[in-house]
Design a protein around this ligand. Structure first.
Ligand code: ATP
Ligand code: MG
Length: 477
């Protein structure tokens, strides 16, 4: 058990001024598991004023009595240390926040307000462990157990249900029976918790190596109904001859692959959601049932889910694109350069590698992976080959300014329509991407009205969609 020297120094300073002081919570749990804590919390009998006096370089948060001390240590993990006076929490009447926070006299009182036994241990500078709930035994048995009465602790603060699952997933622990029962009983209280706080715990679950087990646990406890109910539509939904798992299992296993590979959060999330549209698009039964357009339907659902969970715009966008285009078709000989350019234009060059990762997870997670390494290598070669071709309006050799000047027309929607038409044509034939040819072509386009340009662009889009659908019928959907 090693307390960081800087933390020990702070503890000792407090003790020298006849206060009691302990490292507490997650950091104690972590060092007892032989892990390096990500942050250090100290709890003390000193008041916020006394703490501030001893450590003048600080930041004070009135709401919790927490004084954040700036140590300016070279180790970034202890550059700031949070010191909070012993605290107890009053009654909870909203399942979220204590009605009042009071300072406490003893470390035991402070530990009694904490969520789980493994999080309710304190360690003093001389190495004395204060562990009234035998967190040490639960740590050894790898168990998450509520401090005291599980029902009472969960109903006080419903976020603890998410935290229980999160710790089970990130630490590879199981949840103790009585605590698990309390989660199951009170799952509906999750509706009282803000989407942001649910999101933060969900993200940690999905980013853990045991993401699949974590989501399964959310489902077993009934919590998932209040987080991503759409995923549950896939429970028991059988698929066609290309799969051995139900839609639900397949989504989980695809995410499991991404978690094992250590892929980024958006890839994991896209894997989890990639077939969320299948139950609503299933036609027929048995080995030859189909799921046409499940990618488009799924993308719409994914957007709703991600926005409801208040993920930042760029994360929503990345996940939605991956879900939308995960069915891209690639077969050596049939895939043309222009179709690869169109894929890149749709997905964005920066997301292409993630799309291939999702597709690989999809293949492995089907339970009947076909051998495709050669096809994939070929696709990567094609992507490389066309990635310098114009695949976005930005990569065209003319911009809106050029068009307006050369054609002598004012700003307006027509400029964008001309640029997008030029791009659609360049995707088919990158050779037209010279200033001279584009301006000449723009002159021709300018003779059409904005309305005509718009409908002809839509015609191109529709033709592409029809082409894609045709190809996908031959492929598994
Ligand atoms: P992490 O590794 O994510 O930092 P942690 O256990 O340190 O895990 P924090 O959210 O940093 O978790 O909280 C620090 C400590 O505060 C916890 O270990 C626990 O003792 C207590 N705590 C945090 N949130 C709650 C809660 N909702 N209810 C009760 N105690 C809590
Ligand atoms: Mg912490």
């Amino acid at each position: 058990m090693e307390i960081h020297p800087k933390v020990r120094e702070v503890l000792t300073t407090l003790e020298e001024h006849s206060h009691r002081a302990y490292a507490v919570g997650g950091c104690v749990r972590d060092i007892m598991m032989g892990r390096t804590p990500t942050d250090w919390d100290i709890t003390t009998s000193a008041t916020p004023e006394q703490i501030q006096e001893l450590f003048p370089d600080n930041f004070y948060d009135n709401a919790f009595g927490t004084v954040t001390v700036k140590t300016r240590d070279e180790d970034p993990l202890v550059r700031t240390i949070q010191i909070t006076p012993f605290r107890i929490e009053g009654k909870y009447s909203d399942q979220r926040h204590p009605d009042e926070i009071r300072f406490a006299k003893t470390i035991e009182e402070d530990l009694s307000r904490r969520d789980f036994t493994v999080n309710a241990m304190a360690l003093s500078a001389d190495g004395t462990l204060v562990d009234p709930y035998d967190g040490r035994a639960d740590l050894a048995a790898k168990v998450i157990r509520a401090v005291g009465d599980a029902d009472a602790r969960i109903t006080e603060d419903a976020l603890r249900m998410m935290r229980a699952v999160r710790f089970a997933a990130t630490l590879d622990f199981s949840i103790h029976e009585a605590t698990l029962k309390a989660l199951t009983r009170h799952a509906a209280l999750l509706e009282r918790i803000s989407a942001e706080r649910i999101r933060d715990e969900l993200t940690k679950i999905i980013n853990s190596a045991r993401a699949m087990e974590g989501i399964q646990l959310l489902d077993d406890t009934g919590l998932l109904r209040f987080i991503i109910p759409e995923l549950r539509e896939g429970v028991g939904v059988e698929q066609n001859l290309h799969h051995i798992y139900t839609v639900w299992e397949h989504n989980l296993r695809t995410m499991h692959y991404a978690a094992q590979k250590g892929y980024s959060f958006p890839v994991r999330m896209a894997c989890l959601l990639h077939d969320v549209g299948k139950p609503r698009t299933k036609r027929g039964q048995g080995r030859h049932c189909t799921f046409y357009a499940h990618d488009a339907v799924g993308a719409t659902m994914a957007k709703k889910i991600m926005e409801r969970l208040r993920y930042p715009g760029e994360v929503v966008d990345a996940v939605v694109r991956l879900v939308r285009y995960h069915m891209f078709y690639y077969s050596v000989g049939e895939v043309t350069e222009s179709s690869v350019r169109r894929l890149i234009a749709n997905v964005g060059l920066e997301h292409i590698d993630d799309l291939l990762r999702l597709r690989e997870g999809d293949r492995i997670g089907s339970g009947t992976p076909k051998a495709v390494p050669y096809k994939l290598r070929h696709l990567k070669y094609m992507i490389d080959k066309v990635s310098h071709d114009p695949i976005s309006v930005k990569m065209l050799k003319v911009n809106g300014e050029d068009i307006m000047q050369s054609l002598g027309i004012p700003p307006g929607p027509k400029i964008g329509l001309i640029l997008n038409t030029l791009l659609a044509e360049a995707l088919d034939d990158p050779n037209i991407n010279t200033r001279e040819l584009l301006l000449k072509r723009a002159e021709g386009l300018n003779t059409s009205s904005a309305a005509d340009l718009k409908s002809s662009l839509e015609r191109i889009e529709r033709a592409r969609d029809a082409e894609e659908k045709e190809r996908m019928k031959k492929y598994y959907v």
